[in-house]
Design a protein around this ligand. Structure first.
Ligand SMILES: Cc1cc2nc3c(=O)[nH]c(=O)nc-3n(C[C@H](O)[C@H](O)[C@H](O)COP(=O)(O)OP(=O)(O)OC[C@H]3O[C@@H](n4cnc5c(N)ncnc54)[C@H](O)[C@@H]3O)c2cc1C
Length: 495
């Protein structure tokens, strides 16, 4: 995980000749876009309007995030305490994976590195060289040990960990709406029933059910899975990834909070998918993501209910989806952001992040009004890269498993992989090398966490690694002491 943002952060100022933007949809993606555009375009005299339909509603899930969201909030001037309270947010140090490589296994994907390089050689090479003497890989991650002990403290600039949030999805969108409206975004209530084409690939307007015609220079499609503009009106095409990620349904069900909220999300592998557990300050979010080719909807609901450890706060809710992305995400004067652009199951909590990246790239490439097709091509290229890299890390959880106890796991462990993942995996299997990406969410520690957590062991290691057991033991002890010296998560939240 890259927990420090690397992008430039310039406001869009004079030069923009786009006078009006219409955001279609008021879910998390729509309101994130509205806050960002109203803030970044404040010197450029761009009118931002958002149209949404209460009758249609939002997807209503999306509660776990990744660290770059902090840079996003900060760049938009959103105060952490003011945002955490109404969204019942907790801090998140990573994800605990249970039962993935084998039943009974546990590992942690932390927001931060494992150990420190020794003699210029990456830490994990020493860990591999030390073999069984080194203990668990997670013991060398401060974030993992903090999570294990239920501790949290805000990191300093040199701290070897980052953090994200777990929050109430409806609360986040509502909070952003308040900020956006205070910054001048106009909200229109209405159901869009027609889309009016302009010249070429451009759209001219959308029409609501009460006959209003909403015109704009630029349209942002945040209409959710259906992709009202990008797919239904513009036929963007679809890259279908269901053969790699067969999970296509989820049951979601909140329960009462039991005990102090943990500073991490849990993902437990089940028979034909997995269950999430996301602790908030006022309740716990639970869900079961599953593949309908391998498990019926009724059986999946029953297995979620059987897992709950506290009274339910609502009836279970079924969501249907497909893994993949729009082949084109920017067509003419329409840009897709959020679920309208694509979806990957929430195993690594990446969907809100992909909306964030799309917003940042839209601002980087904010059109000057001449409709340069190079903008759209560049946006599509960058977003395809982001989606594919997240996709590959998610697939790794399924592909690198030893489980063969259910038809679902027998299927995913033997399926053909995308070339990009097959090549990366081969490099790691040979000598533990993780080739770094220049772009993309997941950096080396994330790949190491998942490779080693999924029991992928390289055939060899860096010959320079000494694997000195005494040095490793000292490092482990220092990390443990530092974690135990931190305040409890619930105390920090109470403050
Ligand atoms: C099971 C599940 C779990 C998830 N968990 C996570 C997670 O842990 N972390 C994470 O980052 N993401 C997660 N996500 C994804 C996350 O929920 C979404 O990325 C996020 O909520 C953004 O959704 P959205 O705004 O694109 O779409 P939506 O919330 O569906 O909003 C669509 C908007 O468009 C409007 N609209 C649609 N049609 C019309 C019309 N005709 N006229 C007017 N308005 C219209 C709707 O009213 C609504 O306002 C999860 C998704 C699923 C399915």
């Amino acid at each position: 995980m890259r927990w420090r943002r690397r992008r430039r952060d310039a406001d869009v100022a004079a030069g923009a000749t786009i006078g009006s933007v219409l955001i279609v949809g008021g879910g998390t993606a729509g309101w994130m876009t509205a806050v960002a555009l109203s803030h970044k375009l404040r010197h450029a005299r761009v009118e931002v309007t958002l149209v949404e339909s209460e009758a249609i509603g939002t997807v209503g899930v999306g509660e776990a995030t990744v660290p770059p969201i902090r840079a996003f909030n900060a760049a938009l001037g959103l105060d952490e305490a003011a945002f955490m309270r109404p969204t019942h947010a907790t801090y998140k140090l990573g994800i605990e994976f249970r039962d993935w490589a084998r039943r009974g296994d546990r590992y942690f994907h932390p927001f931060g590195p494992f150990g420190e390089p020794i003699g210029g050689v990456p830490f994990h090479q020493h860990w591999l060289a030390a073999g069984a003497l080194a203990g668990a890989f997670d013991d060398y991650s401060l974030a993992a040990r903090m999570a294990h002990h239920g501790r949290f403290a805000a990191p300093g600039p040199a701290s070897p960990y980052g953090y994200a949030y777990q929050f109430d999805a409806a609360g986040y969108a509502a909070y952003l709406r308040g900020v956006a409206e205070a910054r001048g975004v106009v909200r229109v209530e209405g159901r869009i029933v027609d889309v009016v084409r302009g010249a070429g690939d451009d759209l001219a307007a959308v029409v609501t059910d009460d006959g209003r015609r909403l015109a704009a220079d630029l349209f942002v499609d945040c209409s959710g899975f259906r992709g009202l503009l990008i797919a239904e009106a513009l036929g963007a095409g679809w890259d279908d990834w269901r053969h790699w990620l067969p999970c296509d349904r989820a049951w979601a069900m909140p329960t009462e909070r039991t005990g102090p909220p943990a500073p991490y999300t849990r993902a437990t592998a089940l028979d034909a998918g997995w269950a999430w557990r996301i602790p908030l300050t006022h309740r716990t979010g639970n869900g079961h993501v599953f593949a309908s080719d391998f498990l019926s909807e009724d059986a999946a609901r029953d297995s979620l209910i059987a897992l709950l450890d506290a009274p339910a706060l609502a009836e279970p809710r079924l969501l249907r989806f497909a893994a993949g992305k729009r082949r084109r995400q920017w067509i003419g004067n329409t840009v897709a952001i959020g679920l309208s652009a694509g979806f990957l199951e929430p195993l690594e909590s990446t969907s809100i992040h992909l909306a964030q990246v799309a917003i940042e790239r839209l601002l980087d490439l904010f059109p000057t009004g001449d409709g340069d097709p190079a903008d759209a091509a560049e946006f599509d290229r960058v977003m395809a890269n982001e989606y594919e890299r997240v996709r590959d890390l998610i697939i790794l959880h399924y592909a690198a498993t030893e489980r063969d106890d259910t038809p679902f796991f027998r299927h995913v462990r033997t399926m053909a992989l995308p070339d990009s993942l097959a090549e990366k995996l081969a490099l790691f299997r040979a000598r533990g090398v993780v080739m770094p990406y220049r772009h993309g969410l997941f950096a080396e520690p994330s790949w190491l966490a998942v490779y080693l957590g999924q029991r992928v062991r390289p055939a060899g290691h860096d010959p320079r690694a000494t694997g000195d057991a005494a040095v490793l033991a000292q490092m482990r002890a220092a990390i443990e002491a530092e974690a135990l010296g931190m305040p409890r998560h619930e105390e920090v939240l109470a403050r």
